[in-house]
Design a protein around this ligand. Structure first.
Ligand SMILES: C[S@@+](CC[C@H](N)C(=O)[O-])C[C@H]1O[C@@H](n2cnc3c(N)ncnc32)[C@H](O)[C@@H]1O
Length: 176
């Protein structure tokens, strides 16, 4: 008989989605009055995009992925989708110039299954940290190995996020 104390993949998935939703909701409460764009890395089927759009209704939200595969009616307009492999897209000077210093929230939803590989997450934060306005947040489905020189720090724990260890919250340190 299966012991009920065993953590199933469904348990893990539910906990992570609660943490993801609560993190976006917390970001909306804390950043709601600050101008800036929202970017999502890992548009996928558009589920988290639809939540970002509902919580940041008046923002420009740009989404990145290899392909545009959102559920019909739930995705961003085509002009706000940037397609291609992130290693290539984020090396493009035109993309860098377009987003530099404009972003108040970056949402990374890039991991495959329960992979612990964070090289992609680290590359994305490294190549987009200059997109972030002072005080901007990064939300990530994996803990990002940070370089102190980036000026990006973990946010203090919040009891407003359920299963907070399943999704990760960072802030671009405001200039003193
Ligand atoms: C977990 S899914 C995103 C789920 C989505 N946020 C949702 O709520 O429906 C991860 C996405 O990241 C994208 N992705 C992963 N690695 C990528 C890369 N190197 N370049 C571009 N997209 C990538 C995949 O194509 C996939 O759609």
């Amino acid at each position: 008989m299966l012991g009920l104390s065993v953590m199933s993949q469904l348990d893990f998935h539910i906990e992570q989605k609660v943490a993801q939703r609560d993190s976006i909701d917390l970001a909306a409460r804390r950043l709601g009055s600050q101008p800036g764009w929202v970017v999502e890395f890992g548009l996928g089927r558009g589920r988290s995009y639809s939540h970002l759009a509902s919580r940041f209704p008046d923002r420009e939200i740009y989404c990145f992925d290899r392909e545009h595969a959102t559920n019909p009616g739930w995705g961003p307009p085509a002009e706000r989708v940037v397609l291609g492999d992130l290693a290539t897209v984020l090396a493009d000077p035109a993309v860098q110039a377009r987003f530099h210093g404009r972003v108040i929230l970056a949402h990374l939803d890039l991991a495959w299954a329960d992979s612990a590989d964070t090289r992609l997450h680290r590359m994305v934060v490294d190549r987009t940290r200059d997109w972030l306005l002072p005080g901007a947040w990064i939300l990530s489905d994996r803990a990002v190995p940070l370089d102190p020189a980036w000026g990006v720090v973990p946010l203090p724990a919040s009891d407003e996020v359920g299963y907070a260890h399943r999704f990760h919250r960072y802030e671009r340190r405001p200039v003193a």
